[in-house]
Design a protein around this ligand. Structure first.
Ligand code: COA
Length: 387
């Protein structure tokens, strides 16, 4: 297998983007990533698109052909990849595997979602849960994660304030990211006093409904310096599955798919969790940010709340988490999130993250979750090819 490098990244602004269509967003991200890689569009071999539900959000399926036409990349193969909110992470993994195997040399992975065109996004998002046993019984994603939060509070004494502190940290970082949907700072008090959505999750514990796209260009590591002076190397790309329904799990305070995918990734990369400098974790709700920092092995199970409160995941601390603002503040256009995470880690490792730059970041991780953890994709990226 060949080593793979990231040589180009891009992200559109995330938010309620009334002036941009689905196709506009993904074309903007794709073209900018190809330009960032100093490549020409006609040299690209293939493209993978992460998209959760073009059908339910904008009535559009057959997304590969749509993007091939409007990006001007036809006749190259363009393939849509779907795994709920992990669609982007899986699109990146497909691109990496295609290059690693020697099948293609220059591949774009892009992710896109246009969620704000529907009046109520909740039923479309709920399609990522078990329809018969969860959604049709009235359970939504905020309520599924609320159950996980309640159980974590019961088992480990995690406090409401500790959960809120995760959202505060995201907004602090988001305030430094011009591409973030929310660039305002918030306080623990504000989170606690925001509108209840599914107790104990309030409005400011939730990621928003967002439009946006992001893209990444990969090529064989041995060719990377032809395109950029600062290639970022893929040390591991892993994926794990778990039950789609939350009630089928042994525990609802651990995402086993995060544990399995991350342990495999650390093994492949030959590193320990404490060597990660920057991590973009999947905090669709503040509880999932907290579960992530435990399940990824950054902190012991049950100690995540304390770590957040003590500032151990702030920029330039033990591990700098969600420097982009995370899903909470940067925004969460479902299919785009995994690629936006990879773009942020790439900017950090290149030293291009501007005001939110972490000093001397060398190794980064992305953690992209589908549903309540039925699918998880992990990527470990580094500045140096050899660790
Ligand atoms: N964080 C901060 N502010 C938010 C917000 C969020 N998550 N969601 C909405 N707002 C703001 C809006 O900007 C708007 O502000 P304004 O009045 O100043 O313009 C206001 O709150 C009301 O917005 P609205 O769109 O009416 O909110 P809503 O009640 O329809 O939606 C949620 C709020 C939390 C239900 C919605 O954001 C949501 O479903 N989030 C979860 C998405 C999700 O499940 N993703 C997949 C995870 S697995």
């Amino acid at each position: 297998m060949r080593d793979v490098a990231i040589v180009g990244v891009a992200q559109t602004k995330f938010g309620e983007l009334w002036n941009a269509s689905f196709r506009d967003l993904v074309v903007e991200a794709g073209v900018n990533a190809i330009q960032d890689a100093n490549m020409s569009g006609d040299s690209i071999d293939a493209m993978y698109i992460g998209n959760m539900s073009g059908g339910l959000f904008v009535g559009q399926e057959h997304i590969g052909a749509l993007i091939a036409e409007h990006s001007g990349l036809a006749p190259i193969p363009v393939t849509r990849v779907e795994a709920a909110c992990a669609s982007g992470g899986l699109a990146l993994r497909q691109a990496i595997m295609a290059v690693a195997s020697g099948f293609y040399d220059k591949v774009v992975a892009a992710g896109v979602e246009k969620m704000t065109d529907v009046v109520d996004a909740t039923p479309a998002i709920a399609a990522a849960s078990d329809q018969e046993w969860e959604a049709q019984q009235g359970v939504t994603f905020p309520s599924l994660y609320a159950m996980m939060a309640r159980r974590h509070m019961y088992e480990y004494g995690t406090t409401r304030e500790q959960l809120a502190a995760f959202a505060v940290l995201d907004h602090e970082n988001g305030s430094l990211n011009p591409k973030a949907q929310f660039q305002n700072k918030i306080t623990v008090e504000k989170v606690l006093n925001s509108t209840p959505v599914a107790k104990p999750m309030n409005l400011l514990d939730c990621s928003p409904v967002s439009d946006g796209a992001a893209a990444v260009v990969v090529c064989p590591a041995e060719d990377a310096h032809k395109y950029t002076d600062t290639p970022i190397y893929v040390q591991a790309s892993t994926q794990a599955s778990d039950t789609i329904a939350l009630h089928s799990r042994k525990s609802i305070t651990t995402l086993e798919a995060t544990v399995n995918a991350s342990r495999k990734a650390y093994d492949i990369a030959g590193i320990k969790p404490n060597q990660i400098d920057v991590a973009e974790v999947h905090d669709c709700f503040s509880i999932n940010g907290l579960l992530a920092i435990e399940d990824l092995g950054f902190f012991e199970k049950g100690k995540g709340g304390q770590a957040i409160e003590e500032g151990l995941i702030a920029r330039n601390s033990e591990v700098s988490v969600n420097t982009s603002g995370g899903l909470k503040a940067r925004g969460h256009p479902l299919g785009a999130t995994g690629l936006a995470q990879a773009a942020e880690v790439t900017w950090q490792l290149r030293g291009d993250a501007d005001k939110r730059q972490v000093d001397g970041a060398e190794i980064g991780l992305t953690h992209n979750v589908g549903g309540t953890g039925g699918t998880v994709a992990i990527h470990i990226l580094s500045r140096d090819q050899k660790l």
